[in-house]
Design a binder for this molecule. Structure first.
Ligand code: 13P
Ligand code: SF4
Length: 314
């Protein structure tokens, strides 16, 4: 969706905050949002923290600055609240790469297996799964499954492979990946490391194996932020979506954060879906109370079960 036409004389931050009060709304934002979007949010977090924040909010309206599956999760957990997403086209390559019908057929071929799905999937895939995980609790969720049980893990093959290594559990992996995390170049990362030998390489587990093998630390966005803040090192090469660097620089102003370079000369270390949410769209969304997340109650209730299982284990 194109940016809507908005009166250029408006102070958008001020307007958004005024409307937020008027509507008793809360603004939740993922670390991959533009910094100006992060700066108007009440809460910024990773996928798990955002689901937890959505579950416990007292607000009447949740304005979700993230991608579709995240806002959908907030709606699944809050059927009676209004959940807004500034751009409904803010999808995810992992979600798109796991069509529900194909997923259900895969499941049906392994009736005795436990199906663990990464939260980056549609409500329909969640509804057909036993338990959901995020990048910050995937190891814990996998380890909670009895040893004798076969596990299906979808849709991110890179996170799945990483968790297999960490837990020693064998899993059948859906062959999906994130278009942002698979774009990082091993060769260019080596080049940067050579120029910054003291920098710590920190990477998200959605990255491919050869990049993870070069990392000093691997974790979810919130874990990367915590590591960068608490580590005695002063320089970090950040191998994930570059939006996270905004909070890193705020939390550790004296340190240097270098975004890992993608393969081509592009800004493809920015998620094109996350970046669809602009301040203009946020304002219009809050003003018009649209677009909203809606779904049939039967689907919502079925998708809520595996999410609640995850939340009770987290
Ligand atoms: P986390 O929020 O769990 O770190 O995952 C990152 C991501 O790619 C979200 O789409
Ligand atoms: Fe999906 Fe990757 Fe964007 Fe996260 S960064 S929303 S996994 S496409």
């Amino acid at each position: 969706m194109q940016d809507p036409h908005v009166d250029p004389s408006l102070d958008l931050e001020e307007e958004i905050l005024r409307l937020k009060k008027e509507r008793n709304a809360v603004i939740l934002a993922h670390y991959y949002q533009d910094s100006e979007v992060q700066d108007v949010a009440d809460f910024i977090g990773d996928s798990l923290q955002l689901a937890q924040a959505a579950k416990k909010t007292q607000a009447d309206v949740i304005l979700f600055c993230g991608v579709h599956f995240m806002a959908e999760t907030a709606k699944i957990l809050n059927p009676d609240k209004v959940v807004l997403l500034p751009d409904l086209d803010a999808g995810c390559s992992l979600e798109a790469g796991c069509p529900p019908e194909k997923f259900r057929r895969w499941r049906a071929q392994h009736p005795d297996a436990v199906a663990i799905s990464y939260i980056n999937c549609s409500a329909e895939v969640k509804a057909a799964s036993d338990i959901i995980c995020t990048s910050s609790n995937a190891e814990k969720i996998v380890a909670s499954v009895p040893k004798e049980k076969k596990i299906l893990f979808a849709p991110d093959k890179n996170l799945g492979r990483y968790v297999m290594k960490k837990t020693g559990r064998d899993m059948l992996l859906w062959q999906g990946s994130c278009i942002v995390h698979e774009t990082f170049s091993e060769r260019k990362l080596l080049g940067i490391k050579t120029r910054h030998p003291d920098a710590k390489i920190i990477a998200h587990p959605e990255c491919e194996d050869p990049l993870l093998a070069m990392a000093d630390f691997i974790g979810s966005t919130s874990a990367l932020l915590k590591y960068a803040t608490e580590s005695p090192a002063n320089e970090f090469i950040v191998v994930t979506e570059a939006g996270i660097i905004h909070q890193m620089e705020k939390a550790a102003p004296g340190k240097t954060f270098i975004p890992a370079p993608p393969n081509a000369n592009c800004n493809c270390n920015e998620c094109p879906f996350m970046r669809l949410n602009t301040l203009e769209k946020l304002y219009v969304c809050m003003r018009d109370m649209s677009p909203r997340l809606e779904m049939p109650e039967a689907l919502r209730a079925a998708a809520a079960l595996p999410i609640e299982r995850m939340l009770s284990l987290s």
